[in-house]
Design a protein around this ligand. Structure first.
Ligand SMILES: [Zn+2]
Length: 138
């Protein structure tokens, strides 16, 4: 019997600053220098105005639940032991929506519009995954 490892994100030229910030416990996304749009996922061009100029800004980490599902039958064997687990889309205070996982909350207590805050799951020496938990502060 061998353990199947979970697939992990691999940073590329566009996403490396995002993953590096997460590893330091910061949620950072690109904000367009020309139109101010904050975007996710990371990309070379602003999807709103096509500008190449941006700054990686630190976000508040606050969000609300936009939608979620509960997975009862895993599509990857490495996640079989985790079922049932949630896959959630949160809407960040700054606007972008991202897929994530809600922690510290039973699946049946997740609600649309629920305030959540980012937490960082340090998976190994290279990868830290931003996840969200019910907000404890305002
Ligand atoms: Zn722009």
């Amino acid at each position: 019997m061998f353990a199947i490892e979970k697939p992990l994100p691999r940073a590329n030229e566009d996403t490396a600053p995002y993953w590096a910030a997460a590893h330091k416990g910061e949620l950072r996304l690109q904000r367009c220098d020309d139109c101010g749009h904050v975007r996710f996922p990371p990309s070379a061009l602003c999807p709103r105005c096509l500008s190449q100029h941006h700054e990686w800004v630190k976000l508040s980490g606050r969000a609300t639940v936009f939608s979620w599902i509960v997975v009862h039958q895993s599509q990857h064997p490495a996640f079989n032991g985790d079922t049932p687990y949630n896959v959630t889309i949160v809407e960040l205070e700054e606007g972008p929506r991202m897929h994530t996982h809600i922690v510290d909350c039973p699946n049946d207590q997740i609600r649309i519009g629920m305030p959540v805050e980012v937490v960082f799951d340090r998976v190994n020496d290279e990868v830290t995954l931003p996840k969200f938990r019910p907000a404890k502060s305002k």
